[in-house]
Ligand binder design. Structure first.
Ligand SMILES: Cc1cc2nc3c(=O)[nH]c(=O)nc-3n(C[C@H](O)[C@H](O)[C@H](O)COP(=O)(O)OP(=O)(O)OC[C@H]3O[C@@H](n4cnc5c(N)ncnc54)[C@H](O)[C@@H]3O)c2cc1C
Length: 500
């Protein structure tokens, strides 16, 4: 068969594109099959890139960060703002799609436009606009991504009920907006629409926002949201959605009736697995329809790999790319990227941002690790004061006996960028002493790390070891498997109060 490749990726999103590029980089003959007319996946056109651009545009156009500082309200008409935001978003989507297209071309990868499904004998059957095409492959990478999950009973055909993709087509900024779902997408959209001046209610069944975050950070973010005027309705769900006299009505499990102009249901994603012919090919899926893979992203069928949202959490573009690369390296025995980073950071682009890497304080407690924390508040940070973004903090979780860093948690402006300093120290198995000894540019938000570390030292000096702790030093290291370098020698003694 002429139509034969070393690797065929199904889907040109982050997982498919990066997996394909990795194999092509090492000289493999590669094709990507994509059903949309543009590459980049949902990340480039419907989720990551558009939401981040909308956020940036909303903050800029409304002067959100600075209006109180200078006493100047930018009173732009809502439709003008929406129009400008949309224009900018389209521009950035086009740039992002173009960047992916160029990367695919640069690597000599063949793009096949069409709907792919697995065929017999390691082939991919593609329905193209010109007809059926069968492509043979030594390795197939399924990277077909996901789509918004639609809970039963929610009328998504109503023009004012949106999911995390249709929200991009909103015709006007609603005066009253309800977001259902306090995860990353819900928090991002709730705070973006609040910055745009909408009255926003954010509803979630959980007792806090972003339950994967350190509990304290969830509360800090919640308080900031409430301070900005977002109404949090936690511990409640939506029982029914109706229209009465033309008005949209959401009945909550608490009995309360909300009448927003528009509502967003940010209630998770479902993998695009149905039309792939997985069952006939023998590729196993779990009870939630996610493709089952091992740590090298091999499915249950030899030569077929899967990466990205189609295998389930964490369902991030950042991690999907890495999964695609590891899958390609493993498939061809390339000694380049053999394992996935065990300490990926998480970034939430709400206003303000939230980010974390490593373990939370609760996880340290549950694991019985004798730990301490240190906090550096943005309210005492010079750069934050100058910028008027004093809400937020850097929180360090570290082992008490040797001060090895275990986790970093940030809420505040630029949290998704700032987290990488903590990530680097964590990866090196460093201690909080690093932040004490290095010189930071002043004024910078990064300096909050230094004062978080000082705070940690003061707490060490002040407090006795936690009675509940069971594990120390090497035992805890093994439990966390944070790598061989974990556990370097402390260089700094705890600092008495006032010695800064
Ligand atoms: C609102 C929102 C904001 C987000 N923001 C971020 C963020 O800031 N940072 C981050 O890291 N992640 C973010 N994510 C998550 C991120 O979008 C996904 O994790 C990422 O897109 C997954 O990449 P993927 O390659 O697995 O799938 P996708 O990006 O979904 O791409 C899959 C591709 O496969 C194609 N396809 C599907 N089936 C077939 C078929 N049978 N034949 C041919 N082609 C097919 C699809 O058309 C699509 O182009 C966000 C998600 C949402 C919902």
């Amino acid at each position: 068969m002429d139509d034969r490749f070393d690797l065929v990726a199904i889907g040109a999103g982050p997982a498919g594109e990066k997996g394909a590029a990795q194999a092509a980089y090492f000289g493999k003959r590669v094709a990507i099959v994509e059903s949309r007319d543009v590459p980049g996946g949902s990340a480039a056109s419907k989720t990551g890139v558009p939401t981040k651009t909308l956020r940036e545009a909303a903050l800029y156009l409304t002067g959100f960060r600075h209006r109180e500082l200078y006493g100047l309200g930018l009173d732009l008409a809502r439709d003008t703002v929406l129009e400008a935001m949309r224009a900018r978003t389209d521009e950035v989507i086009a740039l992002s799609v173009d960047a992916v297209r160029k990367n695919i071309e640069r690597h000599g990868i063949e793009m096949v436009r069409g709907q792919a499904r697995l065929g017999p004998g390691r082939t991919v059957a593609v329905t193209t606009p010109e007809g059926e095409r069968t492509i043979g492959a030594e390795v197939i990478l399924v990277a077909s991504g996901s789509r918004p999950f639609h809970p039963v009973g929610i009328p998504f055909d109503d023009p004012d009920i949106h999911d995390s993709e249709s929200i991009l087509e909103l015709k006007q900024i609603p005066e009253r907006f309800v977001v259902v779902g306090g995860g990353a997408v819900g928090c991002e959209y709730a705070s973006i629409f609040r910055a745009l001046g909408a009255e926003v209610a954010l509803i979630d069944r959980s007792d806090r926002l972003l339950p994967f975050l350190d509990r304290e950070m969830s509360h800090v973010l919640g308080e900031i949201f409430e301070g900005e005027g977002i109404r949090l309705v936690l511990g409640a769900g939506v029982d029914a959605v109706d229209r009465t006299d033309g008005m949209l009505e959401l009945r909550l499990s608490t009995g309360e009736l909300l009448r927003p102009e528009a509502a967003l249901f940010a209630t998770g994603r479902s993998g695009n697995t149905e039309a792939l012919g997985l069952e006939a090919a023998g590729v196993e899926v779990d009870e939630r329809g996610r493709i089952v893979v091992d740590e090298t992203f091999r499915t249950t069928v030899e030569g077929i790999y899967a990466a990205g949202d189609v295998i389930g959490p964490p369902a991030l573009a950042s991690v999907s790319m890495e999964q695609g690369r590891v899958a390609a390296c493993h498939a061809f025995g390339l000694p380049f990227k053999e394992t996935l980073d065990s300490l990926p950071p998480f970034g939430v682009y709400s206003v303000p941002e939230a980010a974390m890497v490593g373990i939370t304080q609760e996880a340290a407690t549950t694991a019985g690790i004798d730990h301490e924390v240190g906090r550096g508040w943005f309210s005492t940070n010079a750069r934050a004061r100058i910028a008027g973004t004093t809400q937020g903090l850097v929180k360090l979780v570290f082992r008490r006996d040797d001060r090895v860093l275990l986790g970093v948690h940030i809420v505040g402006d630029d949290a998704a960028e700032l987290i990488h300093q903590g990530q680097a120290v964590l990866h090196q198995g460093g201690t909080i002493d690093y932040f004490i000894h290095v010189t930071f540019n002043v004024p910078t938000l990064s300096e909050a790390y230094k004062y978080a570390a000082y705070d940690g030292l003061q707490r060490l000096a002040a407090g006795a070891p936690s009675r509940s702790s069971r594990l120390v030093g090497s035992e805890a290291t093994a439990l966390l498997s944070l790598g061989p370098a974990f556990g370097s020698t402390p260089r700094t003694r705890p600092m008495p109060e006032g010695e800064r």
